[in-house]
Design a protein around this ligand. Sequence first.
Ligand code: SF4
Length: 174
Amino acid sequence: MTAMKLKVAGIVPESIVDGPGIRLVLFVQGCSHRCPGCHNPETHDPAGGTLWSAADLLRRIKAARGIDGVTFSGGEPFEQPRPLAYLAEKVKGLGLNLVLYSGYTFEQLLAMGDREPAVSRLLEAGDLLVDGPYVAGERDLSLPYRGSKNQRLLDLPASLRLGAPQPWEARRRL
Ligand code: SF4
């Protein structure tokens, strides 16, 4: 049991656009990136959203049926790394795969992990990272799971093993 809490913007019980397969998506509240043209501006204010305990969110995920995995999106998940690292490890323990979105790049997140262990734990629990800010000038709606060309789909276990970003092969199962 944990008293950890996090700010949540919303939960989508079944999505096919936030990573491969059918996914429960947790949109966290709070994002300091302020990308011009962001499609979720209501998720920016860290004072908004709803406060959930990590334990209640875990119960919500456990009750979901027929999903392949869970996605943490936002908002900026890496601005609430402690409760999300806890939740990420539990999600993996349930045999579900985990997709992480971040407005930070993989390289920035690696550096953040040196200062905050929960950032590293969250990265280590992930299977696929969609990284980088939304850049309106690079908008491309034909790209799977992301909005602009600068954003990368990265194989997280391989990227962490090699210490450098490794592209995710779309045909590989998570
Ligand atoms: S990181 Fe995502 S939620 Fe935050 S401003 Fe950029 S596009 Fe919007």
